[in-house]
Ligand binder design. Structure first.
Ligand code: SF4
Length: 317
C-alpha cells in the first residue's frame, strides 16, 4: 500500500506519522529531541517501523517540517520540505475545515495562525520569550514538586486561581516563589500559572490579532486542560483540542507530500556519515543560544538552536 511519512522536528520534541492514501494514521511517534534532531528522527522512525508491517507499507512521499526540516529533509531525501505554519494549517484543516484560529504552544515556542475560508491570512511566532511555553510550565512544575502532566487536573480543581505576573519568565518565577511563601493553595497557584501562560500568549503572540472561532488549541501544552480552560475563560469561546493536536505538523506535512506529484523510495533507515556537525555559542545577546550547524561537503545544510536571525549570520560568518 502506498503511504506517506511526515516528520516534524522541533527543538523540544520530534514527531512522526505514517499516513495511508486516505490520510488515515497507520503509525505515530512523539519523542524528546534532546538536542539531537538526527538521533531523535532515527528513534522516531524506529518506533514507526515497529507499528507497521514493513512488507505492507511502501513509503512513496516524505515531508519534513520544524526547525531542522532542511537537514532531515536532505538526509531522508524528502519530497516536500515546508515551514511549520503551512504544515500545521494543512493538518488542522484536514480534520477541522471550518477552523479560523489555531493557537499552538510547544515546548519552547508558540504561534498563532489565522485562517479565513481555509486560507492562512495572518500568523505570528514567538521564539524569544519562554514565559508562555511548555518549558516554562515544566520548570515551574519541578519547583512545585508536581509532575507537569498533573498540572491540568490540579488546576481545574481551583476555585480561586491566584494571579501570577505573566509578562516574562523572571517576573513569573519570582511571583510564584512569593505566592508559595504567602501560603496560597497549590491548586490555586497551578491554576494561576496556567492562566499566566494563556495571558502571556494573548498579550504577546496574539497581540493585535483578531481571534475568532472556531478556535483550536494544539501543541504539547494543549494536553494541559488547565491552560485550555484559561483560554476559554479569557476568550469567552469554546476552545477545541484534538487527540492528535501534538502531531498536527507531522500530519500536515505528510498530507502535503501526498498532494505533491514528487515520489521517492524509503527503506526505514538512513545514514548520517557524510554529515559534519558543529556547535557554536552566540553571544550577541544574553540568551547565549547554542547553535548547531550541519555541513555536507563544506556546504551548510541546516542549523538550529538560534532564536533569531542574528544567530544564523553567526554560523555563516
Ligand atoms: S541567536 Fe544570538 S542574538 Fe539571537 S537570541 Fe540567540 S543569542 Fe541572542
Amino acid at each position: 500500500m502506498e503511504c506517506f511519512l511526515g516528520i516534524d522536528i522541533g527543538s523540544i520534541s520530534t514527531k512522526g506519522v505514517i499516513l495511508n492514501s486516505d490520510g488515515v494514521i497507520l503509525a505515530s511517534s512523539y519523542l524528546a529531541t534532546n538536542g539531537s534532531p538526527m538521533e531523535a528522527v532515527k528513534n522516531v522512525i524506529l518506533e514507526l517501523k515497529e507499528q507497521i508491517k514493513e512488507e505492507d507499507v511502501q513509503i512513496v512521499g516524505i515531508g519534513t517540517t520544524g526547525s531542522a526540516r532542511k537537514l532531515i529533509g536532505t538526509i531522508l531525501n524528502a519530497t516536500v520540505i515546508k515551514n511549520e505554519i503551512t504544515a500545521h494549517a494543512t493538518g488542522t484543516l484536514f480534520y477541522y475545515p471550518n477552523i479560523r484560529t489555531i493557537i499552538e504552544i510547544g515546548g519552547q515556542d508558540s504561534k498563532i495562525i489565522l485562517l479565513r475560508d481555509q486560507i492562512v491570512t495572518d500568523y505570528a511566532m514567538n521564539t524569544l520569550c519562554a514565559a508562555g511555553t511548555g518549558a516554562f510550565l515544566s520548570s515551574q512544575a519541578s519547583r512545585l514538586g508536581v509532575a507537569v502532566e498533573e498540572f491540568g487536573p490540579i488546576a481545574v480543581e481551583s476555585k480561586h486561581p491566584t494571579n501570577i505576573a505573566a509578562r516574562c519568565t523572571v517576573f513569573a518565577e519570582s511571583d510564584l516563589v512569593h505566592k508559595i511563601q504567602m501560603g496560597y493553595k497549590k491548586e490555586d497557584i497551578i491554576a494561576g500559572l496556567c492562566k499566566s501562560v494563556a495571558m502571556n500568549y494573548l498579550n504577546n503572540v496574539g497581540k493585535g490579532k483578531k481571534i475568532e472561532g472556531p478556535i483550536i488549541f494544539q501543541g504539547g501544552v494543549s494536553k494541559n486542560i488547565g491552560v485550555k480552560k484559561a483560554f476559554e475563560e479569557l476568550l469567552g469561546e469554546e476552545v477545541i483540542t484534538s487527540k492528535v493536536g501534538h502531531l498536527m505538523g507531522a500530519i500536515g506535512v505528510a498530507l502535503l507530500a501526498k498532494r505533491s506529484p514528487k515520489r521517492t523510495t524509503f527503506q526505514f533507515q538512513f545514514s548520517m556519515e557524510e554529515f559534519e556537525t558543529k556547535g557554536v555559542e552566540c553571544h550577541r545577546c544574553p540568551n547565549h543560544c547554542e547553535i548547531i550547524s550541519v555541513r555536507k561537503n563544506n556546504k551548510l545544510i541546516d542549523s538550529w538552536g538560534n532564536r533569531c536571525e542574528r544567530g544564523e549570520l553567526k554560523i555563516r560568518s
